[in-house]
Structure formats: C-alpha cells, structure tokens
Design a binder for this molecule. Structure first.
Ligand SMILES: [Zn+2]
Length: 182
C-alpha cells in the first residue's frame, strides 16, 4: 500500500462508481456536524475499538497483514482504515483511489462482523497493491479478487456473493470497491 498509486480513472458522465453508498467519500460531502454528533462519535469510537481488536487478534487479518508487509505493502491502521457513515446496506469497502479500507461504523455492530469485513477488504487491498488489479475496466480482475475475498475471509456464502454481483459490480467495487449488504 506504500507503492505509488496510479491516478484513479474518472467516471464517465452519468456513471455510478458507488460513492453514493459512502457519502463521506464524496469530496463535496460536508463533515458531520449535526445533532447526531454525539451518537456518531460513539459509533466511530466503537468502530475504532473493534478495528483494533480485529487487527490485533484475528488470525486471518494478521496473516494478511504479514503477507502484505513482506510484499512491500505495509498497512497502517491510521492511514489505511477509515470508520465512516455509509448507506444502510453496506458493511465496508475498499477505495482504490485512496488505498483505504472503509468500515461502515453505522452498520457493523459485532466483532465477528468487523473481523469478516476487515479480512475481506484486506484481501482486496492485498490484490490492489501486489497484483495491481484493474478495478475499473477489467471485470476478470474484479471477479477474481472478489472470489478470493469471499472464499478466504469466510465472510459470506457464494450465494451471498452472487447476490452482490446481482446488486451491481460497480456499486460493489468501484468505490471501492466496496461491499454492500451483509
Ligand atoms: Zn469484495
């Protein structure tokens, strides 16, 4: 993840890369300053705590972090992870434009779910860094990474993953790259 990143392709006019599912990813999005600030802080804090537990204790996450480090893709918790508010149907995603894993703080409420999302997205991050996946124009690259992530993270059944594909490849990964609906 420390390697230089190619500039993200610009969406064609009218093309949906899924950022609407991740409102805080949109540059025009304003920082949260609403009456919900207190509860959002609570969500964010809980997300950060669960993330730390996942990174410290999940054997799958540790395996991936070690593999990435050995591939020259060292991951930093502060740089490469972001707890954010998302659309209700999304658990997390990988934003290839920023090399960041997005964790949906309003939708992840259990440690086991956090562990699955972190593992799943780390596999995409690993593929992005090591294999230079072309998320935007090569469907085979996307499908291959998705199948690996689904199989290796144990986060979802094949049926669940197929549902995501039906849901929309672009919505699922181009923001990401991200992972709707768990
Ligand atoms: Zn995925």
């Amino acid at each position: 993840m420390d390697r230089s990143e190619p500039p993200p392709p610009k969406p064609a006019k009218g093309e949906d890369f899924g950022y609407r599912l991740f409102p805080e990813r949109r540059s025009e999005a304003k920082p949260q300053r609403s009456f919900l600030a207190t509860s959002l802080f609570t969500y964010n804090h809980k997300c950060q705590v669960m993330l730390k537990i996942a990174l410290d204790r999940s054997p799958y996450a540790q395996l991936l972090l070690d593999a990435m480090k050995q591939s020259g893709c060292t991951v930093s918790k502060d740089r490469h992870f972001a707890c954010e508010e998302c659309d209700r149907c999304v658990g997390g995603g990988f934003d290839s434009a920023t090399s960041q894993i997005v964790l949906c703080q309003n939708n992840i409420h259990q440690q086991s779910h956090m562990n699955r999302v972190v593992t799943h997205e780390l596999i995409h991050a690993f593929d992005h860094c090591r294999a230079h996946v072309d998320w935007f124009s090569n469907v085979k690259h996307l499908a291959c990474s998705e199948i690996r992530a689904a199989n290796l993270s144990g986060d979802c059944s094949l049926i669940n993953e197929m549902t995501r594909f039906k849901f929309g490849l672009k919505q699922h990964h181009q923001v990401k790259k991200t992972v709707p609906c768990r």
